[in-house]
Ligand binder design. Sequence first.
Ligand SMILES: O=P(O)(O)OC[C@H]1O[C@H](OP(=O)(O)OP(=O)(O)O)[C@H](O)[C@@H]1O
Ligand SMILES: O=C(O)c1cc(=O)[nH]c(=O)[nH]1
Length: 214
Amino acid sequence: MHEYQWEFIRFALDRNVLRFGEFTLKSGRKSPYFFNAGLFNTGNSLSRLGRYYAQALIHNGPKDIDLLFGPAYKGIPLAASTAVSLADSFDIDLPYCFNRKEAKDHGEGGALVGAPLQGRVAIIDDVITAGTAIREVMQIIKAAGAEPAAVLVALDRQERGQGELSAIQEVERDFGIPVISIVSLDQILEFLEGDEQLHRFLPAVQAYRDEYGI
Ligand SMILES: O=P(O)(O)OC[C@H]1O[C@H](OP(=O)(O)OP(=O)(O)O)[C@H](O)[C@@H]1O
Ligand SMILES: O=C(O)c1cc(=O)[nH]c(=O)[nH]1
């Protein structure tokens, strides 16, 4: 694992974002670990997080991105902090937008907020598990006439999607775009192996991976 990945896992553990226990996921799967990006909840942690995403996009993403999109809800501050980091640290001023889960019927109305949803879009979200959320986002982008160009997530849980491939592999195959993650379950397992205090969670995470992993 790269040093920045080890640092990122330490950062997520310190903020209680990465936790071990028993959690029910959007897919209904019962997971022994959970990544709650909502707990990156201070200016400092969001600023640091935005830099991780911005670096991942610059180093591993396509060069010709026109817009960042943050899926409601947790993707919203992620896209915003990535946009700020790109501007502040890399002198790249990209527009960003996000959706509402319920369309608004007064004021400016509608389900989209921010810059017009157009051009080549990088989707900024927290995790991909079974891939349901990301497929919903693809529909929103296509309905607007824009073009999905990449997906960026903090954590690739490396779980099966609709078939035998991982949800991320299915997205790459079905939409022909790269999915970039800061860390994946492989690195979390490696971290657990090397950490005296967290080592005890390894068996449960490995058993979960045997059931749902690829
Ligand atoms: O790959 P999947 O199986 O779809 O699961 C992952 C998605 O589930 C969570 O979103 P959720 O819809 O719970 O929304 P939130 O951002 O409002 O917490 C998470 O933020 C991912 O977007
Ligand atoms: O699959 C999910 O619902 C899910 C997993 C996870 O680790 N974090 C999260 O916010 N959602």
